[in-house]
Design a protein around this ligand. Structure first.
Ligand SMILES: Cc1ncc(COP(=O)(O)O)c(C=O)c1O
Length: 440
């Protein structure tokens, strides 16, 4: 057991996306992790129902990743990536390319999901410019979308709370598609809902309004996560793809949470059978062990840059692009995905996982349960005038009862490590059911 930190020990760390004063009055402190469980400073085991922040598909303290990173740090602790390279960065890019089945030809490394999004948006703008289409600058996101916290990602993002404070500093020339959430039509759906495909046609309306010659790209999460699990209606993503192709607009998928097996396929594009021109990843890329993001591009995107004048083709990059430790973690993660049958395992438990979630239907306050792959969203009715209070109460009680869940507004989002077993699923939903029965 660790010695608890005092209030003054906690004060210097300004925590992200956290009610700091509330947390510091009653901290939840994680001190170790292994497999499916965290351990807190009182020695309690906490079942990880959220794969950290959607980023630990292979479970915690994976021995092959631990030793790969240990070896890397002792061999090449850091290497600049501007005008210099190191072999692992090239090896990982090639392996990632193969992981897409060769559909994507190049990978640009970043340090996070937010950086991956901003990189993808910049590539889209620079792509059009390099082809003489310099008026194509408008970016289109979607209401309720989450694309990280950079100015680009925030601007195409569609979550009011994230935008409000920074309104005047958001990028100009951004529009949003409507979100696809509709409880009247789609509540308690397993997989893709029937209703809402037509909402993709709103893109045609924006094209009519702005003219295609001014639009660079559309960016969406194939399954929206941070807003509380919004699953695309049947055929919706294909329709977006068709409209983008028709008008020469680039389609970007933000696969920061859906990448690396969350739907039981390498990427959401595999699951839905829809290929964007560019897609972003992070999180599961290194099993969350070392921060890293990666932007994947189709050959036509990369070619447009390589056919330009000699010299630096894209004035963009990060000190930590292709960090050796991240590359080592990424390579070890891919080895595990491929050698340990992770996707096969995820697919073998996905139905049990989804059924366990749907068994909560009928419990107090539950107004929707939506599931796809290894993702669950459980929407609770809000307490009038106190949106989010009920789910936050569930989160606090869950932690005390030894399960980690994630809440956003009054939606509980679950996305466990893909190595989860049926006994863990029983534990997670058994405890959650008990908590839901006692919520005010
Ligand atoms: C879809 C999506 N894009 C981007 C991000 C931002 O990633 P990061 O927090 O690594 O910057 C997230 C994070 O949750 C995400 O879910």
């Amino acid at each position: 057991m660790n010695k608890p930190l005092s209030a003054s020990d906690l004060s210097a760390y300004w925590m992200p996306y956290t009610a700091n004063r509330n947390f510091k009055a009653s901290p939840r402190m994680l001190v170790s992790a292994e497999g499916m469980y965290y351990r807190d400073d009182a020695g309690n085991a906490i079942l990880d129902g959220t794969a950290g922040l959607w980023c630990v598909p292979l479970g915690h303290a994976q021995p092959k990743i631990v030793s790969a990173v240990q070896k890397a740090v002792a061999t090449l602790d850091y290497a600049p990536s501007f005008q210099l390279g190191h072999p692992m960065a090239f090896e990982l890019a090639e392996r990632l390319k193969q992981y897409t089945g060769g559909r994507y030809s190049q990978v640009f490394y970043t340090g996070s999901g937010s950086e991956a999004v901003d990189t993808a948006l910049k590539i889209a703008l620079a792509y059009h410019r390099s082809r003489g289409d310099a008026t194509r600058t408008r970016l289109i996101g979607r209401e309720r979308g989450y694309h990280g916290v950079g100015f680009g990602g925030m601007s195409v993002g569609g979550i009011g709370g994230n935008r409000k404070t920074f309104n005047s500093a958001l990028l100009q020339g951004v529009d949003h598609l409507p979100h696809t959430h509709n409880l009247e039509k789609n509540a308690f759906t397993k997989g893709e809902p029937e209703y809402g495909t037509h909402l993709a046609d709103e893109l045609e309306r924006l094209v009519t309004l702005h003219d295609a010659s001014n639009i660079a790209a559309v960016i969406v999460e194939p399954v929206a996560g941070s807003t509380g699990v919004l699953i695309p209606p049947k055929g919706y993503l294909q329709r977006l793809r068709d409209i983008c192709t028709k008008h020469g607009i680039l389609l970007i998928f933000d696969e920061v949470i859906t990448g690396f097996g969350r739907l039981g396929t390498p990427f959401a594009s595999d699951y839905f059978g829809v290929d964007p021109d560019i897609f972003t990843t992070a999180k599961g890329l290194t099993n969350g062990v070392v921060p890293m993001g990666a932007v994947f591009v189709k050959p036509h995107i990369h070619d447009a840059f390589m056919n330009g004048p000699d010299g630096i083709e894209l004035f963009h990059g990060y000190t930590y692009s292709g960090h050796p430790l991240a590359c080592a973690a990424g390579l070890a993660s891919l080895d595990i995905f491929e050698q340990d049958g992770i996707l096969e395992h995820a697919n073998s438990v996905a139905d049990y996982w989804q059924e366990a979630a749907h068994s909560l239907r009928g419990l107090p306050h539950v107004i929707d349960i939506r599931t796809i792959g290894m993702i669950v969203g459980i929407e609770l009715a809000s307490i009038p005038g106190k949106v989010g209070a009920r789910a936050y109460d569930a989160f606090r009680r869950a932690f005390n009862d030894g399960i980690l869940i994630r809440v956003t507004g009054d939606i509980i989002a679950l996305s466990p490590p893909l190595v989860i077993e049926k006994k863990h699923i029983d534990e997670l939903f058994g405890k959650l059911a008990a908590i839901l029965k006692t919520l005010d």
